[in-house]
Each structure stands twice: as structure tokens, then as C-alpha cells.
Design a protein around this ligand. Structure first.
Ligand SMILES: Nc1ncnc2c1ncn2[C@@H]1O[C@H](COP(=O)(O)O)[C@@H](OP(=O)(O)O)[C@H]1O
Ligand SMILES: [Mg+2]
Length: 265
């Protein structure tokens, strides 16, 4: 992909590190630009595996190339990049990106796919953005609107979004305590923004994922005041040699507490 595509004009301050707001703005602009590339590619190709593979490869090439130009000193972990941990081990600043999350749905032609761009500083999530181009949604950790921490209504129960292909086994334990309605969606960013937008109460996943699947969604969710943890209540891992990420729960604090009370009780 050519470097002529619209990219942010801001660059890192050479006298010091970019601010979190600058990093969040860069994440947003690169997620948006990568999403525009994927929309164009989608419109130029027929549905199927070829579109899926080209989407993964071309989005990766564009996004990682742009990050290297804007933040040349930073390390990058991309789903489509090298899996060798040596170049990123111990990095002070590590970008974790999924150039195309929900790639099989992208190949088929639905709207449940997105672009994830996140920054981890010294092992802690610092900034991130999620673009859902086919849904016209774009959110970043610095400017996302806060979600009110409304208490759980025990009569109404909880609406929980889950993987379309791999729904979590924990649902059964929750359904024994609350009325639970599930909303199956593809792609981690799609599910997370459904929580951020207040369309559902929680996103629950178990059975595995990778850091690129949840880093940017988690950053946006935390920016909106949501709580993001593993199902045992511990923080999500970021920057490990093995990017496997076993499970997660994303919800506003009142809902997060109510769900963990059941799962840990
Ligand atoms: N059990 C599992 N093991 C590995 N990856 C998983 C997984 N469940 C979900 N994922 C990944 O998490 C992302 C969202 O999945 P889902 O839509 O099922 O919730 C997808 O990323 P990709 O589309 O980037 O591969 C998918 O591959
Ligand atoms: Mg993914």
C-alpha cells in the first residue's frame, strides 16, 4: 500500500515522548485510515477467502508501516507480524495491533469486523482506538464518552455479548442466578463497543484470545470508565512473550462486580 494514503500529520516530539492524548489520536487516525483501506479492498473484491487473506495482509502492511514512520523507536506486535518475542521483549513502548479483527466475517461480507490499535507503556495499557468501518464507528481511549455506572436491575437481568462461534461456558452459571440474554456478535472490537455504547451490559469471553484481539478494545473500554479484567478478576496480560490471553470480562463496574460475585462465589 502506498504511503500516499491519508495519514496523520502529527509526529512524535523529538525532544520527548508523545503525550497519551497524542498517542490516542495517532491510534485513532491509523485505525481510521486502515479501515478506509479495508473498505476499498472489500468493494474491489468478491466475497471469500481471498478477500480475507488480502485484507489481513494489506491492512498489516499499511498499519505497521505507518507506525514505523510515526513512532520509529517503538516496538510493534501485530497478529500478522513476526511471532518472535525477542524484538519486543522489555520494550518501554509497545504497540499491539490487530489490523483486521473478525477477518472471516470481513471475507464473507458482513459488518462485524474492525481495526485495533493500542499502545502499552511499561507493560500497562496506555492508549488505544477501535475502528468498525462497515458500521461507521470509531472510538479512542482519550475521547470516548463515559458510560454511567447504572446498577444491575435483578428483575431485568443482564444482556451479555459473546462470541458468535465460541460462546463461553460460564454463561450457564450466570443464568442460574440472573435472567441472562445473550447477543452473539463477531469480533472483539464489535462486542466491546456494544458495551461502551450501552447496547449490552457486558462482554464475556473464555477459551482463549490473543493480546491483539483485546488490547485496543480494553483501552477504549477503560477510557469509558468500564472495568476490564480476566474472569478471576486479575488484570489482562499485555507485553508477555506469549501473547495468549485466556479470558476477559468487560462491563461497567456495577455489572462487573455482579458477574464476578457469581463466577468467583
Ligand atoms: N478460543 C479462541 N482461541 C483463539 N482465538 C480466539 C478464540 N476465540 C476468539 N478468538 C479470536 O478473537 C477474535 C474475536 O473472536 P470472536 O468473534 O469469536 O469473538 C478473533 O480474532 P481474528 O478475527 O482477528 O482472528 C478470534 O480469532
Ligand atoms: Mg483478532
Amino acid at each position: 500500500m502506498s504511503a500516499a494514503r491519508n495519514e496523520p500529520t502529527s509526529t512524535a516530539d523529538t525532544t520527548g515522548e508523545p503525550t497519551l492524548a497524542e498517542d490516542a489520536a495517532l491510534a485513532r487516525e491509523l485505525a481510521d485510515a486502515t479501515g478506509a483501506l479495508l473498505l476499498e479492498l472489500r468493494d474491489d473484491t468478491g466475497p471469500g477467502r481471498d478477500r480475507e487473506y488480502r485484507g489481513d495482509a494489506e491492512a498489516h502492511e499499511f498499519l505497521v508501516g505507518a507506525l514505523q514512520r510515526h513512532r520509529p523507536d517503538d516496538a510493534v506486535l501485530s497478529e500478522e507480524g513476526t511471532q518472535d518475542p525477542a524484538p519486543r521483549r522489555g520494550a518501554h513502548r509497545l504497540w499491539i495491533v490487530d489490523p483486521l479483527d473478525g477477518s472471516s466475517g470481513y471475507g464473507r461480507g458482513g459488518d462485524e469486523w474492525g481495526v485495533h490499535v493500542a499502545l502499552v507503556v511499561d507493560g500497562a495499557l496506555a492508549a488505544g482506538a477501535v475502528s468498525l468501518p462497515a458500521r461507521g464507528e470509531l472510538a479512542d481511549s482519550a475521547t470516548v464518552a463515559p458510560l454511567p455506572d447504572t446498577p444491575v436491575d435483578p428483575e431485568r437481568g443482564l444482556t451479555i455479548t459473546v462470541s458468535r462461534s465460541r460462546p463461553p461456558v460460564e454463561l450457564r452459571r450466570l443464568a442460574a442466578v440472573f435472567p441472562v440474554r445473550t447477543v452473539a456478535l463477531s469480533a472483539a472490537g464489535v462486542k466491546t463497543l456494544a458495551v461502551v455504547d450501552g447496547e449490552v451490559d457486558a462482554y464475556l469471553h473464555s477459551g482463549g484470545q490473543y493480546e491483539w484481539d483485546n488490547a485496543a478494545p480494553a483501552a477504549v473500554a477503560v477510557g469509558a470508565g468500564l472495568r476490564v479484567t480476566r474472569l478471576d478478576g486479575s488484570p489482562l496480560p499485555f507485553g508477555a512473550d506469549d501473547p495468549y490471553s485466556p479470558d476477559l470480562l468487560i462491563a461497567r463496574p456495577a455489572v462487573h462486580d455482579a458477574i464476578l460475585d457469581v463466577l468467583l462465589g
